[in-house]
Design a protein around this ligand. Structure first.
Ligand code: PGA
Length: 250
């Protein structure tokens, strides 16, 4: 069985003090969850938040890392640096990074490899645009995104990959995929994983849904057999909202 996970993606929100306060609040309200709980924060928060959540059930993720190991890359943050803060995960392939920062499948492949080589687990995001969904190309798109950046990994490396399916048209729009729409493509994604890594590995791969997921729609989404949790943007910025989604796992 795949691990159940609720992961937050703060994106470029919260200054350091606000981020620390939110992490602290989460350690107070999230007790004995029925799923893994991860928060993805900006780089500058990582070391401080790692201290705040120490000993709690909350785990830490970066939202990006460099596609180079080290050296003269002004402004970049390496996977090794991320790991040294205490973070255990990194979100890669988010549609915002692909679109606004021109991250290609090749660049993402390099990032994934460096993250894994430095002992980070990767939350790898895939998902189609509205135009692609309207042209019924969503399956083709997600398969190509997987093939382009992660399907070359060994079976051993694959154990450290979590997939987040995030239809771009549902991110921050308030427009969630219906639970049936999400389940259909999650099942397809799992079948793609099975083709490469086998049925057992596919069954153990966590596939999260992201895109306007909130406490009110999480129970219906999480009830689907191929939806193993959520990657949460907007609703991860308030402890009560985020807890509401975690509680959807009963
Ligand atoms: P949202 O973002 O929950 O605000 O739609 C999800 C994401 O982009 O990870």
């Amino acid at each position: 069985m795949a691990k159940k996970i609720v992961a937050g993606n703060w994106k470029m929100n919260k200054n350091l003090q606000e981020g620390i306060a939110l992490a602290k609040e989460l350690t107070e309200v999230v007790k004995n969850p029925n799923c893994d709980v991860i928060i993805g924060t900006p780089f500058i928060h990582l070391a401080s938040v790692a201290e705040v959540i120490k000993g709690s059930c909350i785990q830490l993720s970066a939202e990006n890392c460099a596609n180079k190991a080290s050296g003269a890359y002004t402004g970049e943050v390496s996977a090794e640096m991320v790991k040294s803060t205490g973070a255990e995960y990194v979100i890669l392939g988010h549609s915002e990074r692909r679109e606004y920062y021109a991250e290609t499948p090749e660049i993402l492949k390099e990032k994934v490899e460096l993250a894994l080589a430095n002992g980070l687990k990767v939350i790898f995001c895939i998902g189609e645009s509205l135009e692609e969904r309207e042209a019924n190309k969503q399956n083709e798109v997600v398969k190509a995104e997987l093939a382009g950046s992660v399907f070359h990994l060994s079976a051993e490396q694959w154990k450290n990959i979590i997939i987040a399916y995030e239809p771009i048209w549902a991110i921050g729009t308030g427009k969630t995929a219906t639970a049936d729409q999400a389940e259909e493509i999650h099942a397809y994604i799992r079948s793609c994983v099975a083709e490469v890594y086998g049925a057992e590995a596919a069954a153990e791969t966590s596939i999260l849904y992201g895109g306007s997921c909130k406490a009110s729609n999480a129970p219906e989404l999480f009830a689907k057999p191929d939806i193993d949790g959520g990657l949460i943007g907007g609703a991860s910025l308030k402890a009560a909202d985020f807890k509401g989604i975690i509680d959807a796992w009963g």
